[in-house]
Design a protein around this ligand. Sequence first.
Ligand SMILES: NC(=O)OP(=O)(O)O
Length: 316
Amino acid sequence: MDKKLAVIAIGGNSLITDKDHQTVEDQYQAICTTAKHIVDLIEEGYSVVVTHGNGPQVGFILRRSEIAHETAGMHSVPLVSCGADTQGAIGYQIQQAMDNEFKSRGMDKSAVTIVTQVEVDKEDQAFANPSKPIGTFYSEEQMETIRKEHPDWNMVSDAGRGYRRVVPSPRPQSIVEREAINTLIDAGFNVIAVGGGGIPVVREENGFTGIDAVIDKDFATSLLAADLKADLLIISTGVPQVALNFNTPEEKRLLNVSLDEMKKYMDEGHFAPGSMLPKVQAVVSFLEKGGKEAIITDPEHIKAAVAGETGTHITI
Ligand SMILES: NC(=O)OP(=O)(O)O
């Protein structure tokens, strides 16, 4: 492949702009906006692999199935299947939005979604320590009811935005459909893969089996980018740049940082767990596996960031 390859991660929360815009159609509108920024990059000459989160969406699907089970006796749906559902539903929207954007710009390109399984270790300590927030944000008042009605739920306070249910989030070990993704890129497709961090599977004697968990999409994206030997990893998030002393009077935004500097800032505790920390860890892992450059920015600044004007650029 002659073109430069960029792997871009989109957060599941970024597809739900606020609590009044949570419908499937609202999500499609948010994806159409993000698709424009991604197609800008393709217009600049990049081939692109898009990955996406699913934290809110997988929680909504799981809860919907639980309510149908509790109130109407419908069969319940395992968490791993809920994750697979999000790959199809979100992948379909990204694929359609990108294809429509290509058409509107007269570009002879297309996007394709690949259902992606990601191998995890069934002995991963994460299965005993749920940490991945999914679904709805609950207020302190709602928590009183939840503690009574769902004493088995594991809950955390999520970045000051409310309380959320958490599920196991094992580290991704390998991407099962890696060769298929590579083949599609070589054939000229822009690929949507490892949606929701990938469908978690464990290796058994007779093949793979799904396991209930939600993989962090930033870690899965980092692994995929390293496997594909991508020229650029872009982690899109809610802010245009990473900052030291975030949200304090000493806040300092970062533009160009070396891998060693980023590791030092990480060790100094500048990045919040469950928020910027996993994104920085994902970037560090990509660069330590041979990647040359990663950018952390928000979707609307992708083009300007790739031009070097903004975003946080981390290089070896
Ligand atoms: N799976 C995952 O990491 O999703 P979010 O990015 O939505 O949290």
